[in-house]
Design a protein around this ligand. Structure first.
Ligand code: VGL
Ligand code: ZN
Length: 246
């Protein structure tokens, strides 16, 4: 049987209330749940990948760059010539700042996983939005470091650094947690399915920027063949996740 990776999406200071620049409502509620999933005496993940939103100053997604209101939508052409609608964000998760660091509560729990753990950094190019871990690059670094300068992450999903790394480790199952459900968690989960991984999203361990969109995201993931566990406060999700990971 294939192996299982725990994918912890964007649990960074800037996404956490009360002080994060782009605080996800109730985003901090995922932290004790995910911390529990990093308890080495209870869980045995084959691989752990933590992702980081990792923007340069004046990133294309920042409202400040365009002189437009935060949370408005803007039609843009990105650094690869792709036309798309960007939701404009406050400046957040800027490379080399404390704001982009993974929250200490989780970093303190990474210790026992060090040998099995990678960081995936994404949206580091000034002119490209990247919500999915499958668009990022893989690194061992947990401290700020320079992003790569050439590869702009235009590879097909199945040849992405994330997919190739997971496959090199024998992983074919992903357990996905973190923030935000409606952006980076959603895109990471859908790309994981597109790259032919089996996926489980743990509902008690995710929170959305727009809470009223969360059910729609869950349904979209299920339509694409993913599983959502622990919806609407259902108990017993741990047993379901264990059965999946076995
Ligand atoms: C995210 C908005 C902007 C996320 C990242 O992590 O979901 N959301 N950048
Ligand atoms: Zn971002």
């Amino acid at each position: 049987m294939g192996k299982t990776a725990l994918v912890i999406v964007d649990c960074q200071n800037d996404f956490m209330p009360p002080d994060g620049a782009l605080a996800v409502p109730n985003g901090d509620e995922v932290l004790p749940v995910i911390r529990g999933m990093l308890d080495r005496s209870k869980w045995d993940w084959d691989v752990v990948v933590a992702t980081q939103d990792y923007h340069p100053p004046r990133h294309i997604s920042f409202a400040s760059r365009h002189g437009k209101p935060v949370l408005s939508d803007l039609e843009l052409t990105d650094g690869r010539g792709r036309h798309y609608t960007q939701t404009l964000w406050p400046d957040h998760c800027i490379q080399g700042t404390k704001a982009t660091e993974i929250v200490k509560e989780l970093r303190d729990a990474f210790g026992p996983w060090k040998e099995r753990m990678k960081i995936a950094r994404k949206a580091w190019h000034p002119d490209i939005e990247q919500y999915s871990a499958f668009e990022g690059y893989i690194t061992d670094a947990t401290d700020p470091s320079e992003p790569p300068s050439e590869d702009i992450g235009a590879k097909p999903i199945e040849e992405s650094e994330m997919a190739l790394y997971l496959k090199s480790q024998g992983v074919d199952k992903l357990v996905i947690v973190g923030v935000a459900t409606d952006f980076c968690v959603c895109h990471t989960n859908l790309d994981g399915l597109a790259a032919k991984f089996n996926t489980v999203l743990v509902a008690p361990a995710v929170r959305a920027v727009f809470a009223d969109r969360e059910n729609g995201v869950f349904e979209q993931i299920e339509q694409q063949g993913g599983t959502v566990i622990g919806r609407e406060g259902a108990s017993g999700w741990e047993a379901d996740v264990r059965a999946f990971a076995r």
